[in-house]
Design a protein around this ligand. Structure first.
Ligand code: CO
Ligand code: CO
Ligand code: CO
Length: 322
């Protein structure tokens, strides 16, 4: 996708603070000295069988890009694709109810939307957030010596694949659903409190893919400790059973040229390429602040938040995993 978009004209405007060229999570447009708009959209096909859960997850995922920029969502529009027949209308209502409840939890308002006929169904949001123009958290300011902190565990794609093959236990599945529904709202507030300047959220491009975007935009290299990466319970063992979605292999194929793996366990490697839905925030933290940030993240709603690596000077490999 990035390859195709590269050929389109790049908008340039003095008020455009963040465009698409740094692979950032959302566009940011300054409307006054006090306020910039953050705009983003995301939608996808169901990741789970429960329509209400799916609505909540799709909304949490779409809102996440505003949080990854450090912002506060204010309004959202529903984007819905739903078949005329084949699926009962109650499912449609439950998806929208899930989205609505999640947007209310975020403190924002759904002020409209659009539905077209399509199968399979798809749901998501276009979200507008606000932020002070000088407090925008981007991809491009990671500094050598910064510590890398991940707020949520990874493995949602593999857990979902395992569920489809009847290999994921109910308990592990519910834990993954809970993590996907969890807003990155508190993480954004904690980042602002500690003046974090660089972060992203981990979604479909995988842990390594989104990390690579930040490292590249910041002209640095990231070194990850593979054993420190928090994993959803059960995800590691599912890789042994072959529950690896095609998206993980596609991410691996595209990203491997940026990576250097040193004696990394195969299962963890594949988890690092696994496409995430509504994943956690990866932030670059001044080492002096890291203990305080970790403890705040853990006691708010991210008990698995962990230090996963550090930022180094730009080297031969963009991402090094040990
Ligand atoms: Co994002
Ligand atoms: Co994004
Ligand atoms: Co996105």
């Amino acid at each position: 996708m990035a390859e195709i978009l590269k050929n389109l004209p790049k908008p340039k405007h003095p008020n455009l603070l963040v465009g698409s060229d740094t692979f950032d999570d959302a566009g940011v447009y300054k409307i006054s000295d006090e306020i910039a708009l953050i705009q983003t959209t995301d939608f996808f096909t169901p990741v789970c069988s429960d329509a209400y859960d799916f609505g909540q997850i799709a909304a949490a995922n779409a809102l996440s890009d505003v949080y990854a920029m450090g912002g506060k969502p204010i309004t959202a529009l529903n984007l819905v694709m739903f078949p005329d027949e084949k699926i009962p209308i109650e499912v449609y209502i439950k998806i929208l109810q899930g989205g609505s409840d999640k947007v209310i939890e975020a403190g924002a308002l759904i002020i409209g939307g659009h539905t077209i006929t399509d199968f399979p169904p798809k749901y998501g949001l276009a979200v507008t957030g606000i932020i002070h123009p000088e407090k925008v958290i981007t991809n491009s300011n990671a500094k050598p010596g910064d510590v890398l902190v991940l707020a949520k565990p990874i493995g949602t794609g593999i857990i979902i694949a395992g569920k489809r093959l009847n290999e994921t236990s109910e308990e592990n599945y519910l834990e993954a659903i809970k993590n996907m529904k969890l807003l990155n709202k508190k993480a954004a507030e904690i980042m602002q409190k500690f003046n974090i300047t660089t972060a992203t959220d981990i979604t479909g491009f995988s842990f390594i893919g989104h990390a690579k975007n930040v490292a590249e935009a910041s002209k640095v290299s990231f070194v990850f400790q593979s054993k420190k990466i928090p994993l959803l319970p059960g995800a590691y063992d599912l890789v042994d059973l072959g529950c690896i979605p095609g998206a993980a292999f596609r991410n691996q194929k595209y990203l491997e040229k940026y990576c250097k793996f040193k004696n990394v366990d195969y299962n963890i490697k594949m988890l690092m390429f696994d496409a995430q839905t509504s994943g956690g925030i990866l932030m670059c933290v001044d080492p002096l602040k890291v203990e305080d940030i970790l403890s705040e993240l853990r006691k708010s709603c991210y008990p698995n938040a962990a230090v996963v690596g550090e930022v180094q000077n730009e080297g031969r490999s963009r991402i090094i995993i040990v």
